[in-house]
Design a protein around this ligand. Sequence first.
Ligand SMILES: C[S@@+](CC[C@H](N)C(=O)[O-])C[C@H]1O[C@@H](n2cnc3c(N)ncnc32)[C@H](O)[C@@H]1O
Length: 217
Amino acid sequence: MTQTEDDVAAVYDAAADLYADMFPSTGPEQPVDLAMVAHFCSLLAAQGPDGPDVLDAGCGAGRMLPVLAAAGCRAVGADLSAEMVRRARQDHPGFETRVGSLTALPYRDGTFDGVLSWYSTIHTPDEHLGAALAGIRRVLRPGGYVLVAFQAGEGSRDVAAGLRRLGLDVVLVRHHRTPERMADALRDNGFEEVARLVRAPVPPESDDQAVLVARRT
Ligand SMILES: C[S@@+](CC[C@H](N)C(=O)[O-])C[C@H]1O[C@@H](n2cnc3c(N)ncnc32)[C@H](O)[C@@H]1O
């Protein structure tokens, strides 16, 4: 089961307002998840005195942008879905956001000290994961860091049942991967892992959640 980037963008375009209204902030995140974001930001803070430049890649409706800013980062966002970006601009007008794919991020090489990928590789099939991580690496400065959060496990499944109950006639495929598989992909694409969280699901989650932080080599 797979979907193209255009398919994924179309689903998030259709679901943007529902998604943004349902997840306006980090209420669903556990403190330990946010501790990983704080750790990531603290690694970046060591890079420069004016606050690190951080891209929220796959920012959706932008709910992680204020989290990054509160940790002292100069944060901007990019997302595949133009409608999610529209909601990010509406809900978080203080932040620059652009439309773009992980594989062709609309920024020059070496622009950022850090890239946050908060559940934005979860619709990327294994055969395209390397291209997504290479796209993230391209916009990082040497020595910069990436944080990748995702549902751990194996296989692919349609996760749109909730959206269909709300009246949207869509399918949305989520690709699960083990933390080891993600670590291998990071290493194969020029990153060295520096931190890892794997935690059990907290209802209504049904899968282990994983967060990896890696340094651009
Ligand atoms: C589960 S949502 C998470 C959004 C946001 N990070 C959050 O936590 O609220 C996944 C987001 O990743 C975006 N996305 C999926 N594939 C992408 C890609 N290849 N490039 C950029 N964004 C992508 C989707 O459009 C969607 O907004």
